[in-house]
Design a protein around this ligand. Structure first.
Ligand code: C2E
Ligand code: CA
Ligand code: CA
Ligand code: CA
Length: 272
């Protein structure tokens, strides 16, 4: 019987496709990873294009994996979404960002808003808004020090619970921006449905500046007409910077200004 069991396991395992196997491995490691504090945040400054001043920071999650070393979110966010673990992971990200903001405040650093990436799966939890309120009040953080980034493709699903949650979040005073703008091929209808603060132009548009500029121009003028801030992501060159500044883009993020940094490096630059 023992022999049989072992064979069955082998057969079962070999019938895994790549995706199933990855989900299986992720599930078996995630709970321990969260408990052992293997996740951590880095923060990428978002700067004002005209003055160079830091407008806010974007929190980006990383996994310090016991075997693989530091793993970026591209390797595990979609697995976390598929397995539902994005809910506890996303809540950890919000808690950790708020803990950090509070610590910076206690150290007397100039206050800075932190933008957090939130998945639609998190908004679909009925408890999301109340959790958010709790975490803010536990840490005595004003909602204006938090910004939520939601991707255009998730907004386009136009699901009522997301619409409702975002409305309440905005009314609380939390900032709200659309991430990866321009990649969703959308009807733009949702720009009327949601009260927004900013559009973040996806890096795929910024990459080809200043040669291929028609769509970026259009997005900047659309954002400005709607009285939204417009942010370019993935700015790497001076040419891109100059073009964006001259074209009326407000803010930017990218390796030209700073990579995502650990909390102590951020502290250092906030102190300057
Ligand atoms: P995103 O929200 O579009 O974040 C921007 C990504 O571009 C980050 O990659 C950042 O490190 C990278 N980046 C910034 N400047 C440059 C640049 O000049 N050039 C290039 N080539 N890349 C640049 P990262 O940290 O690997 O994050 C990837 C994605 O993972 C994020 O894309 C976001 O969608 C997701 N993500 C990260 N943290 C979280 C999180 O806490 N929750 C959720 N749901 N998603 C997250
Ligand atoms: Ca983002
Ligand atoms: Ca983005
Ligand atoms: Ca992205």
């Amino acid at each position: 019987a023992k022999q049989e069991g072992r064979n069955q396991f082998v057969i079962y395992q070999s019938s895994f496709d790549d995706g199933e196997y990855k989900r299986f491995v992720f599930k078996s490691q995630f709970v321990k990873a969260l408990a052992d504090r293997q996740f951590f945040l880095e923060y990428q400054p978002r700067v004002e294009l005209d003055s160079g001043e830091i407008n806010s920071l974007e929190a980006l999650v990383r996994w310090n994996h016991p075997d693989q070393g530091i793993v970026g979110p591209m390797a595990f966010i979609s697995l976390a979404e598929e397995t539902g673990f994005i809910v506890p992971l996303g809540e950890w990200v919000i808690r950790e960002a708020c803990r950090q903001i509070k610590q910076w405040q206690q150290k007397g650093l100039p206050p800075v808003r932190v933008a957090i990436n939130v998945s639609a799966k998190q908004f679909l939890q009925a408890s999301f808004v109340n959790r958010m309120k709790e975490i803010l009040s536990e840490n005595e953080i004003k909602p204006a020090f938090i910004e939520i980034e939601i991707t255009e493709s998730e907004l386009m699903k136009d699901e009522q619970p997301i619409v409702d949650a975002l409305k309440v979040i905005k009314e609380m005073g939390v900032f709200l921006s659309i991430d990866d703008f321009g990649t969703g091929y959308s009807s733009l209808q949702y720009l009327k449905t949601f009260k927004l603060d900013a559009l973040k132009i996806d890096r795929s548009f910024i990459k080809d500046l200043p040669q291929d500029k028609a769509l970026t121009k259009m997005i900047i003028s659309l954002a400005r007409k709607l009285k939204l801030k417009v942010i370019a992501e993935g700015v790497e060159t001076h040419e891109q910077h100059t073009w964006l500044l001259n074209s009326g883009c407000h803010q930017a993020q990218g390796y030209l200004y700073s990579k995502p940094l650990g909390a102590s490096d951020i502290e250092y630059i906030l102190n300057e």
